[in-house]
Write a protein that binds this ligand. Structure first.
Ligand code: SF4
Length: 476
């Protein structure tokens, strides 16, 4: 293991301190929401969601919306997968699903009538391109019937694409249907790794898809990689990251594979002996970060890197970056309407989640109701802590003065306990803190989740009830 500190040049974005990471990496939430989804409860029901939308109307609902559409189907299963998906080759299932999804969209469209301007759309899954070209065209038309979309130059319309599921023509068609951003799942180019995770995706297929997205005029191309997969070695990930950088995408995400077979059944098919050990994984991460920095990518946060001119990097510089269920985003003010099985919305001061099984999802819609099965109403304390966690995750700093001006608290007394814990992290070099600012240091950035966990009241309270390692992935 390399225990030395590796300064990463030329952009001083990140310092990789392997010793510190090894010492402090622990299981923790990814904070795509605060409170996290495991705090949602069944007391929150459909009527609470209606009330939240109603409050938006009463308050004048000035902000544009974000829409998330979940397409749960996949042709085959990747063994590392922790997503909510349905693996089937029976295309009729998608046809039925689309009928219900369109019903849900129409109900949401009616609810948001008068404030239905959409600035951000994201299709995730599963595999959104499991839908045929015709089905996707029809669904996009339906969306336009119920929502009003900001024009292409201003709106962010993105889709997750499995390169194995598309042709060059299909990529052009997606652009014509209105998508202007694309995210491609790659994971690793190495054939042995691909076999070990049951995702055979020849390199030329991925590179052809990237080329097609360019000629089709997509504005942002994002590539997802995973380190820590079975059969992966430092040499294999080094080859992959080098080839991916050469393909010149706007954004690159390097996710850590979280092996949680007690939570995700497909992972039980991964032989634990094939997994790289934690020292090798740290070396893989260090290598990827160094390559990305040298290639000029900016560290956005968590697993994400972007070119300096990419909207995420610009939003970060301007202090406008936001984090939601889809990861980092530039649309801080938007309420998020999420449609499809298991999708999670964030409207006003509430989170709400749809039924998690497709049968339940259909049942609820058959009863003429939106399929909301659980959710959460934020308290003022949650709103305050959500704000702090957002700022730290997105900007790596927090202005204590601004916080005290926006909320009726004295930071020192309200967060007395937290300040003690932050003091310990300060001693370890993760952050600096004075009466005005909390600043995350360059070597604290990779451990940002550790810092945010200090402010997570629910996690702190629940720590004595269960071990976070049972529910969450490791922080690095
Ligand atoms: S990783 Fe993506 S394509 Fe593979 S099974 Fe999971 S959702 Fe489907």
């Amino acid at each position: 293991m390399s225990s030395h500190t590796i300064p990463l040049h030329p952009v001083p974005q990140l310092e990789f301190d392997a010793g510190l990471i090894q010492r402090l990496s622990q299981s923790g939430p990814r904070y795509t929401s605060y409170p996290t989804a495991d705090r949602f409860n069944e007391q929150f029901a459909y009527r609470d969601y209606l009330q939240a939308v109603n409050h938006l109307h009463v308050r004048g609902a000035r902000h544009p919306l974000s829409l998330y559409i979940h397409i749960p189907f996949c042709d085959t299963v990747c063994y590392y997968c922790g997503c909510n998906k349905i693996v089937t080759k029976n295309r009729n299932k998608a046809k039925t699903y689309l009928d219900y999804l369109k019903r849900e969209l129409a109900m949401q469209g009616k609810l948001f009538d008068g404030c239905n301007q959409v600035e951000q759309l994201h299709f995730g899954g599963g595999t959104p391109t499991y839908l045929s070209d015709e089905q996707m065209g029809d669904l996009m038309q339906h969306l336009r019937r119920w929502f009003s979309f900001t024009d292409d130059a201003k709106g962010e319309y993105s889709i997750e694409v499995d390169p194995r599921s598309v042709t060059v023509e299909r990529i052009h068609s997606l652009r014509a249907q209105g998508f202007n951003r694309i995210s491609l799942g790659v994971q690793d180019f190495d054939e042995q790794v691909q076999r070990a995770v049951n995702r055979i995706q020849p390199e030329h297929v991925t590179l052809d898809t990237i080329r097609a997205t360019r000629t089709a005029g997509f504005r942002s191309i994002s590539i997802d990689l995973i380190y820590g997969l079975p059969k992966q070695t430092l040499a294999s990930i080094a080859q992959t990251i080098t080839k991916v950088i050469a393909a010149d995408p706007d954004r690159i995400a390097v996710y850590h594979y979280a092996h949680l077979p007690h939570l995700f059944k497909p992972q039980r098919r991964i032989a634990e002996d094939d997994l790289p050990n934690s020292d090798t994984k740290l070396d893989m991460l260090a290598f990827c970060i160094r390559q990305l920095n040298e290639a000029g990518y900016v560290y956005i946060g968590m697993d994400h890197f972007a070119k300096p001119g990419d909207e995420l990097a610009v939003a970060q510089r301007q202090g406008l970056l936001h984090r939601n269920f889809q990861g980092y985003s530039t649309h801080a003010e938007s309420d998020l309407i999420a449609c499809g099985v298991s999708a999670i919305s964030s409207v006003g001061m509430c989170y709400s989640q749809n039924a998690k099984t497709i049968e339940d999802y259909y049942d609820r819609l058959d009863q003429g109701e939106l399929p909301v099965i659980r959710g959460y109403k934020l308290t003022m304390d949650d709103v305050l802590r959500r704000f702090i966690i957002q700022r730290l995750m997105c900007n790596f700093e927090l202005s204590i003065r601004s916080l005290e001006q926006a909320y009726p608290i004295k930071f020192d007394s309200y967060f007395e306990l937290e300040l003690k814990q932050l003091g310990e992290l300060q001693q370890l070099g993760l952050l600096t803190i004075n009466s005005e600012w909390i600043d995350v240091t360059l070597k604290g950035r990779l451990l940002i989740r550790n810092i945010c966990m200090v402010f997570d009241r629910h996690l702190q309270q629940a720590k004595h009830l269960y071990s976070p390692s049972l529910r969450y992935s490791r922080t690095v």
